[in-house]
Write a protein that binds this ligand. Structure first.
Ligand SMILES: *[C@@H]1O[C@H](CO)[C@@H](O)[C@H](O)[C@H]1NC(C)=O
Length: 189
């Protein structure tokens, strides 16, 4: 385990060396597109939830305080929120997860930090744990949340609403379309 002082040291050293504050490492398995509200919203962004205001939320990721974390992005305004295991926050720059002809994404029911096959990881936390994308229904919406398997719950904190730790939730998993990968296999000439 890292001590709190070690974590702070890590963040400070990186801030000085790179001008950014993180020790988290991005996962590069999936297609993530750097974006902000000035950019066009990608066609194949992955839908994740609905906030209490009725806006669709798409799956994003951000870097915050030595961790890579899942984010909730509104297409209309670019309003982006996320949470750690404790705090709720907002971001102005983010990456959006996008699907393509061969790779699509699904939400599957899960619980208690079970490691689902092909679960989408956004990257690692300051504790060097993989961080996964979950979602759950609470507080008048469906919220994309942060899943650390060791914490055995989907952690959701949105704006001023209370912190939620939900043990039955959905996990985002990757699905590879084999037919698209081998388009000529089934062709009859
Ligand atoms: C689709 O996305 C996957 C995952 O990022 C990538 O490996 C693959 O090359 C992409 N396929 C196409 C057709 O762009």
């Amino acid at each position: 385990m890292y001590s709190p002082t070690k974590l702070i040291a890590c963040a400070l050293i990186f801030a000085q060396l790179l001008g950014s504050i993180h020790c988290g490492v991005y996962d590069n398995t999936d297609n993530w597109v750097l974006s902000d509200k000035t950019a066009n919203f990608p066609e194949n962004a992955v839908l994740g939830g609905i906030d209490p205001y009725g806006y669709n939320n798409y799956v994003g990721r951000i870097v915050y305080s030595s961790s890579i974390l899942p984010a909730r992005v509104r297409a209309e305004t670019g309003y982006t929120t996320f949470n750690t295991e404790a705090v709720a926050n907002q971001a102005t720059s983010y990456e959006l997860l996008v699907a393509n002809e061969t790779v699509s994404y699904q939400w599957v029911r899960s619980y208690d930090g079970f490691r689902e096959k092909n679960a989408v990881s956004v990257g690692t936390s300051a504790l060097n744990e993989r961080v996964y994308v979950c979602r759950a229904r609470t507080d008048g919406g469906i919220f994309i949340g942060t899943l650390y398997l060791a914490q055995k719950a989907c952690i959701i904190r949105y704006e001023n609403l209370p912190l939620r730790e939900i043990t039955k939730y959905e996990v985002l998993v990757r699905k590879v379309n084999v037919a698209a990968l081998a388009p000529f296999d089934n062709k009859i000439n």
